[in-house]
Design a protein around this ligand. Structure first.
Ligand code: IMP
Ligand code: MG
Length: 183
């Protein structure tokens, strides 16, 4: 167990993610897509992506990009760096970007621009587990969304504070001082 206040319990998260898998499958089935490339945004999306792809019933390939937008702490630096790019061709493919959370929207904006300009896929959609509309600076909304949440810094189910707490199975609210961590 962990000492943090649970915002969305593990079973609720799983239930919603499995429904998202069904929605996404339906969308791509209807499009009669040739190949779907699911792109996870490291590191935060790894738990969500693992559950989501197992709820899909359309074939897909899985790739990862890594971006860093946070220094230490809970405030986005706004200075986004691409730490790992896609190494396979995406031209003509349908791409689904999987993000843990859309907060200010800067990271997803940067990534969508990058993927469109440098990789030229046939289509791009975004699946995000969480969305904080109150923090958005560009009104980018995910095409597939798990939960809208208020402006609280959350951890667990892949989300971290300073690289900690990703393994917590619930989505929980981070509060300073609950556990001692080395910064
Ligand atoms: P944005 O660029 O402000 O939309 O931030 C997106 C990234 O910041 C996400 O992919 C997360 O890695 C991180 N992030 C934003 N809000 C939270 C949070 O509440 N908890 C943990 N990570 C967050
Ligand atoms: Mg992230």
């Amino acid at each position: 167990m962990h000492p943090f206040k649970v915002l969305i319990a593990e079973d609720k998260v799983k239930e919603r993610v499995s429904k998202m898998g069904a929605e996404i499958s339906k969308y791509y089935q209807d499009r009669k897509t040739k190949k779907l490339v699911v792109i996870g945004v490291l590191k935060g999306s790894f738990v969500f992506l693992a559950d989501l792809v197992r709820s899909l019933n359309v074939p897909c390939e899985i790739e990862f990009v890594e971006v860093s937008s946070y220094g230490a702490g809970t405030m986005s630096s706004g200075d986004i760096q691409l730490l790992r790019d896609i190494a396979v061709p995406l031209e003509g493919q349908d791409v689904l970007v999987v993000e843990d959370i859309i907060d200010t929207g800067r990271t997803i904006y940067y990534l969508l621009e990058h993927l469109r300009k440098s990789h030229r896929p046939h289509s791009i959609a975004v699946a995000a587990l969480l969305y904080k509309p109150s923090r958005s600076v560009n009104q980018i909304k995910p095409d597939f969304l798990g939960f809208t949440i208020e402006d609280k810094f959350v951890i667990g189910y892949g989300l971290d504070f300073n690289n900690r707490f990703r393994e917590i199975p619930d989505v929980a609210i981070y509060e300073e001082g609950k556990v001692s961590i080395d910064l």
